[in-house]
Design a protein around this ligand. Structure first.
Ligand SMILES: Cc1cc2nc3c(=O)[nH]c(=O)nc-3n(C[C@H](O)[C@H](O)[C@H](O)COP(=O)(O)O)c2cc1C
Length: 173
């Protein structure tokens, strides 16, 4: 599967089979995140792998009861390390680059998951403080996304998109 096929096949899956995720597949997904670009190559983010049922329940609660986080065999929590980026880039690193680093790494993981036959969704609606508490993160780590990973138990239709011509502008808006 090339990158265009992975992008085409990816869609948000919110219902997962009970089947476990093989370690070799998880390693490949995490390695794809590790290959993502980041500001100054600082990789200002952390990834927490959550498998414990009680912790998944706590994550789902923090995410306003999004039960796909319990359903999935594992959840990946991406946290931006604002201070790591601020150390080199000041306020722009704290406010923007750390968030972008974590976001890009998580987006790459979603594509890596598709390439190894797995499914994901991006869960961004959650209480930051609660998520931090669940994973034991200090204040300067900002949870950016929770990505449930597993084998799809549904095949949702491809979500509609804006027409390219409405979002691409040549020379000026
Ligand atoms: C920043 C962000 C936050 C999101 N938060 C959630 C969420 O909390 N729960 C959820 O089910 N999907 C969430 N999504 C997934 C979107 O709903 C989904 O990507 C969009 O509807 C397009 O569908 P697709 O991913 O299948 O292409 C989020 C996506 C992004 C990028």
């Amino acid at each position: 599967m090339d990158v265009f096929e992975a992008i085409q096949h990816r869609r948000s899956v919110r219902s997962f089979a009970a089947q476990e995720v093989e370690e070799v597949k998880l390693s490949r997904i995490l390695a794809v995140s590790n290959d993502a670009p980041s500001a100054g190559d600082l990789q200002s983010y952390e990834i927490v792998v959550i498998r414990e049922p009680e912790r998944k329940v706590a994550l789902a609660r923090a995410a306003h009861h999004q039960d796909s986080l319990v359903d999935a065999p594992l959840d990946l929590v991406y946290l931006a390390d604002t201070e790591a980026s601020a150390g080199k880039y000041g306020e722009r690193g704290r406010r923007l680059y750390a968030i972008q680093d974590a976001t890009i790494a998580a987006a790459y993981a979603q594509l890596g998951a598709v390439a190894v036959g797995l499914a994901t969704a991006w869960v961004g609606e959650f209480d930051e403080r609660q998520v931090r508490r669940v994973v034991g993160a200090p204040e300067h780590l900002v949870p950016v996304a929770i990505i449930p990973v597993g084998y799809a138990a549904e095949l949702p239709d491809k979500a509609p998109r804006r027409r390219l011509s409405s979002l691409v502008h040549h020379e000026e808006l």
